[in-house]
Design a protein. Structure first.
Lengths: 233, 349
């Protein structure tokens, strides 16, 4: 935001949180006037739909959910009021009607904020703050990607907050059944056949039990030792 | 010598009344300037300064109402390339060389100066309550040869009260950092070279805005110090603490945040910009291979099959029946078998 020097009239740019600055024309120390209400700030962010969709994919992989398809992304800067009560307890609440995200409120990301001046790039939308709580100390417009997506037999939406890449989702698609690890299955089948052959060689039940247990114990010990050595290397 | 500060001319916030329904007015575009009262020369005052010296006439000037808080910034001592290298080594080390640089793709890396509040002051107060003490008593039998001794443990409550007066130097993040793993910085040691954060340095670096206010931090500090003053196992009945002569300042510490992708999933690594150490890092999870199950489950089945073949089928059928009864619906046998084998052997995602 531009501030005019009270001594020389020169215009200087101030940043959020700044209370003193030196006039770039006359060099005088300038004490900025306190705001009459909460500062309206916007988090600097360049729209990147692909990055937000990748973050959502990563989130669903982490939660072992079905992979999303047919993603439609909508982007806007949504206002949130940072509230602080007299005891110093803080919270973040939406400052506009459609601002409540299903799944919880975001935390304000650590990043560069600037004063809201209404300017934005093409394809970006800044939603104006409508209701401001009396205890609000700051209104921050956060970049929010609203992604509608589908998985087989399921439709839903999730929100991704720019810069912090926090994912907020009210509900998630069903869990993805894990595919069988064929290599491990083959190894287990091979071991089963080997033990079976050994068991058939034994004359009685006790000898069979001893032989199979000895073989499995030896295999387990050798493999564990191999794992430990490879980890140490 | 007193320089007349213009901070007093500022207007106070409106009283906390009914909620505003419209957007507030923006910050007024006028700033009040201060000059040296002796020579009229321009003076430079940083945020939080309490005294300055005029650069023209050399007069020592006292600021009657200092504005803002003193802010300091640390220049990064580690280059972006070194931070990248440190994170690659970290990933390889934590995954036992299973994940290397060629398998991962680094999405982005940014240097950000994270603000920390530093609070210095004096804490004074008192606490009273009950200190719970466990008393172990051994009771021996009348005849030493008759049997063993009995041990009884009972709780003893004794009154506890303490007066506390100590100096405090405490730091905490000034913004919410759930995934960066930063909790505070060691400021008492003097080897870090902090620079005053002025407009020039503010423009040069990516400086994060403190989103937690001084009031919030004061409340947090008081809660933390009160907990620290009470020993473990003490029930607090009443306490009162006050912070005196407390001064707050902001310290901006350089941190590299790197994001990389492996097997479709994203991970974040935080690197200390002061010494290049990895503060917190996420790495792909290891193989979920259970060696015991892999070697011993086929052994049990092979023993049963070698003894009498139907013995192998009976336990499988029992487990299937139990699972079906628990799920209260028909489970297709092939799907159930695949699920059970997966659970038994584990393996990759």
């Amino acid at each position: 935001m531009f501030v005019r020097c009270g001594l020389c009239g020169g215009e200087n740019e101030s940043e959020p949180g700044q209370e003193m600055l030196a006039c770039s024309y006359c060099g005088a120390a300038l004490a900025l006037e306190a705001p009459r209400g909460p500062d309206q700030l916007i988090l600097a962010h360049t729209r990147d739909d692909g990055a937000a969709e990748n973050v959502l994919r990563s989130f669903l992989i982490e939660k072992e959910r079905k992979r999303p398809a047919a993603m439609t992304t909508d982007f806007s800067f949504i206002p949130y009021a940072m509230i602080e009560n007299v005891d110093g307890k803080g919270s973040v609440v939406p400052a506009c009607k459609p601002g409540a995200l299903a799944g919880g409120a975001p935390y304000p990301p650590a990043g560069q904020y600037r004063f809201l001046d209404g300017s934005c790039a093409d394809g970006e939308k800044i939603i104006a703050a409508e209701t401001i709580d009396k205890d609000a100390v700051r209104i921050v417009h956060l970049p929010v990607y609203t992604i509608r997506y589908e998985t087989p037999g399921w439709k839903g939406k999730a929100s991704v907050i720019g810069e912090s890449w926090q994912v907020i989702a009210g509900e998630l698609p069903p869990e993805k059944p894990r595919a069988l690890n064929l290599g491990l299955c083959a190894a287990a089948a091979g071991l089963f056949i080997a033990y079976l052959v050994l068991g058939k060689l034994a004359s009685n039940m006790l000898a069979r039990l001893a032989l199979i247990m000895a073989a499995s114990g030896a295999g387990y010990s050798l493999f564990s030792l191999h794992e430990k050595v490879s980890k140490h290397e | 010598m007193i320089a007349e500060s213009t901070a007093e001319k500022t207007q106070a916030r409106p009283a906390r009344g009914a909620p505003r329904q419209t957007a507030p007015e923006p910050r007024a575009s006028l700033a009040f300037g201060a000059t040296c009262p002796e020579c009229g020369g321009s003076i430079r005052i940083n945020e939080g300064d309490r005294s300055v010296r005029c650069g023209y006439c050399g007069s020592a000037l006292f600021i009657t109402s200092p504005r803002g808080v003193q802010s300091y910034i640390l220049q990064p001592k580690v280059t972006a390339a070194k931070a990248r290298l440190a994170s690659i080594h970290y990933i390889a080390e934590r995954t036992n060389n299973r994940v290397r640089a060629r398998n991962t793709s680094i999405i982005d890396m940014k240097l950000i100066h994270v603000p920390f509040w530093r609070m210095r002051g004096r804490l004074m107060g008192w606490v009273s309550g009950d200190k719970v003490k466990l008393v172990r008593t051994e009771t021996g039998p009348e005849d030493p040869c008759a049997g063993q001794a009995f041990t009884t443990v009972r709780e003893e409550h004794e009154a506890y009260s303490r007066l506390l007066f100590k100096r405090v130097d405490w730091s905490t993040p000034a913004c919410v950092l759930p995934c960066l793993g930063l909790q505070g910085i060691s400021l008492r040691t003097g080897f870090l070279e902090w620079d005053v954060l002025d407009e020039k340095r503010r423009a040069e670096h990516t400086v994060a805005l403190p989103t937690r206010s001084e009031r919030t931090v004061r409340a947090d500090a008081l809660g933390y110090l009160t907990r620290l003053a009470v020993p473990a196992g003490t029930t607090v009945r009443a306490s009162r603490f006050h912070l005196f002569d407390s001064t707050f300042s902001l310290y901006y510490y350089p941190v590299y945040v790197l994001r990389y992708r492996f097997a479709g999933r994203m991970y974040t690594i935080t690197i200390d910009g002061g010494n290049g150490a990895v503060v917190r890092g996420e790495v792909p999870p290891g193989r979920r291979l259970d060696l015991k199950k892999l070697f011993f489950a086929p052994a049990v089945l092979a023993f049963l099959a070698a003894t009498w073949l139907p013995l192998t089928v009976i336990p499988v059928a029992i487990v299937y029946a139990l699972d079906t009864a628990q799920a209260k619906l028909f489970l297709p046998p092939h799907e159930w078998l695949a699920f059970r084998i997966q659970r038994l052997l584990g393996g990759e995602d």
